[in-house]
Design a protein around this ligand. Structure first.
Ligand code: APR
Length: 227
């Protein structure tokens, strides 16, 4: 049986691929209101504004390339059973070669209907326009989990983290729940590593590795691949 690794990633992982984080100095929620752009209330008030915001983010994410940190995570699959639980809505993990990725906050590359069936389909980097409808005739929206909406794949993610022999947390401020709470599910005997550029509180049982993900993760991966 292969040793299990669970990776929990956030926007800091994709920062060096040119995609903004949320709460850093140039973060999205420093420049924009998440109430207006990432909540059911904001969508109800001004769907055109929300679509424009995500169309721009989708085009940028689609044009972005995975970096050395994404590739280091994918390389671990050569020796370990790896599951990536990501808060990121870009497809850079998959593009780097990771084969088991759970997007708990949705994916920019998908649109979905706003009707009961929430029909979901792939749009890659394409924009969603006001008036564009799903087969049920409802307005399409980005397949993103907004504040106040239910996070996806949480039970499955918690099981993977709780079963993991090694846990790697990268590029997240661990401030948004329930995703941030996954660090509490780690096994006592698991090897746990956290990499960010800053953190308020290091979760119990974690070794903190400060630095850029593209510098720190290749070192961690090569050490684990030598183990
Ligand atoms: N390398 C490593 N870590 C980095 C880098 C880098 N190059 N650049 C930034 N970071 C770290 C910062 O130090 C910070 O801890 O990434 C983290 C980014 O934190 P946030 O901006 O809060 O982003 P994130 O944790 O992904 O946000 C969680 O909040 O807005 C919602 O749904 C959105 O998924 C998102 C969730």
């Amino acid at each position: 049986m292969r040793t299990k690794i669970a990776v929990l990633s956030g926007s800091g992982l994709s920062a060096e691929s040119g995609l903004p984080t949320f709460r850093d100095a140039a973060g999205l929620w420093r420049q924009h209101s998440w109430v207006e752009l990432a909540s059911p209330e904001g969508w109800a008030r001004n769907p055109a504004l929300v679509l424009e915001f995500y169309n721009e983010r989708r085009a940028k994410a689609w044009a972005a390339q995975p970096n050395a940190a994404h590739r280091a995570i994918a390389a671990l699959e050569s020796k370990y059973e790896v599951v990536v639980v990501t808060q990121n809505v870009d497809a850079l993990h998959e593009r780097a070669g990771s084969t088991r990725v759970l997007h708990v906050h949705g994916e920019l590359a998908y649109a979905r209907g706003t009707g009961p069936s929430r029909l979901r389909f792939r749009i890659d980097g394409a924009p969603i326009e006001l008036g564009q409808r799903c087969e049920e005739g409802t307005q399409l929206r980005p397949d993103i989990v907004w504040f106040g909406e239910e996070t996806q794949h949480m039970e499955e993610s918690r099981e993977y983290v709780a079963a993991a022999d090694k846990v790697l947390v990268v590029g997240t401020s661990l401030t948004v729940y329930p995703a941030a709470g996954l660090v509490d599910a780690v096994r006592r005997d698991a090897e746990c590593v956290l990499n960010t550029l800053d953190i308020d509180e290091i979760p119990a049982g974690f070794r903190y590795q400060h630095g850029r993900a593209t510098e720190v993760l290749p070192l961690i991966a090569s050490a684990w691949l030598k183990d």
